[in-house]
Design a protein around this ligand. Structure first.
Ligand SMILES: [Mn+2]
Length: 350
């Protein structure tokens, strides 16, 4: 059971807004992960049942559904804000309710952010990141202690409708986010409610091992070769500071034909080294650099991400720096207190 009590009035208001909605848009963050896709589709499939036949429910992702989650039930319905720009604008104009999932601020939807902020309609946020933008939403369900947005959807939907709209497809979507945001129930799962939510979903005849297989065993040959290169050629170790960095230029990515999606999870390899407490990955994009930060045992990297203009969770955070790779690297080194420290660079010995 979820330990925290939902505010009854907020739940009642949410239920009413959903029931009154004629055009409901659900939106999750850019570069959607399992939690974003899972919570987006799980709630979409429940709203299909909870709302009337004349109500249109549309799941939206700023840059579409990533290939590795296209197997989720309902994934084919996801509207890409990037490629279906006109349709997105039409639907947003008509929307009477927008539900944002797995993001703490409209800015996490990148190119949709401005239009989303400007639209004056009811806005609900369901999320587990720190510091939700309270001025951007009318109703907020936020719990930074919970494992995942999918878990929050499990408990919130129970409060809204009991188990009426829970089924195998919904459970498959929600279990996916529980699995991915906890690294297969390895972290961010300190609360019993995380496992209780999983147990509840497993009762709907889902296949946890097949879901895990679809999440984990997804590498292309190129991606695997790139990981080999990344680990042997692009790792910088700062033993005294217990920090490991990985830095990738556009050229590195071009050489192996990989992009951001392929680097999902790569930063976690830094923490597989026993002594390392903080890991960072820098990835060059056109005109900007993406930074991912991870830490062990409660070390706060969210604080570091905030100094770089980003944010996230205590042990997993990130930022998009509108600077070239070398400048971003200097800013990260400074934030981590490893500027002026010479790293051990690992290279394959001949
Ligand atoms: Mn999440």
């Amino acid at each position: 059971m979820y330990a925290k009590a939902f505010d009854i009035q907020k739940v009642a208001m949410c239920r009413q807004w959903m029931a009154e909605g004629q055009n409901i848009l659900l939106v999750a963050h850019t570069n959607a992960d399992g939690d974003a896709c899972g919570s987006l589709l799980g709630l979409t499939l429940m709203l299909d049942q909870a709302t009337g036949a004349d109500c249109h429910v549309t799941p939206v992702l700023p840059n579409g559904c990533p290939k590795n989650f296209s197997w989720l039930p309902g994934a084919g319905r996801i509207l890409s804000g990037e490629t279906d720009r006109d349709l997105w604008r039409t639907l947003l104009d008509k929307a009477d309710l927008v539900i944002c999932l797995d993001l703490n601020a409209a800015s996490r939807t990148d190119m949709l952010a401005g239009e989303l902020r400007d639209r004056r309609c009811r806005k609900v946020l369901i999320d587990h990141h720190h510091n939700p933008a309270t001025d951007e939403f009318d109703l907020i369900f936020s719990d930074p202690q919970i494992s995942s947005t999918c878990e929050l959807v499990v408990w919130l939907s129970e409060k809204l409708w009991g188990d009426r709209y829970m089924n195998r497809d919904v459970a498959t979507c929600l279990y996916t986010g529980l699995n991915t945001d906890t690294g297969g129930f390895a972290f961010s799962c300190e609360q019993p409610s995380c496992f209780e939510a999983a147990a509840k979903l497993v009762r709907y005849d889902i296949q946890p091992s097949e879901i895990n297989n679809r999440i984990v065993n997804t590498f292309s040959v190129n991606r695997m070769m790139f990981y080999g290169f990344a680990l042997s050629e692009r790792m910088r170790i700062y033993p005294d500071q217990k920090v490991a960095l990985m830095v990738f230029s556009l050229e590195d990515q071009k050489r192996f034909g990989v992009g951001g999606e392929d680097m999902e999870g790569l930063v976690n390899y830094t923490l597989m080294m026993k002594e390392m407490m903080i890991g960072a990955l820098l990835r060059e994009e056109k005109g900007r650099t993406k930074v991912s930060l991870r830490s062990k045992r409660g070390i706060d990297v969210n604080r570091i991400a905030i100094t770089l203009g980003g944010g996230g969770h205590t042990q997993a955070a990130g930022a998009t720096c509108m600077m070239p790779l070398d400048e971003t690297l200097r800013a990260v080194e400074k934030a981590l207190g490893i500027d002026h420290v010479k790293p051990i660079e690992l290279h394959c010995k001949q």
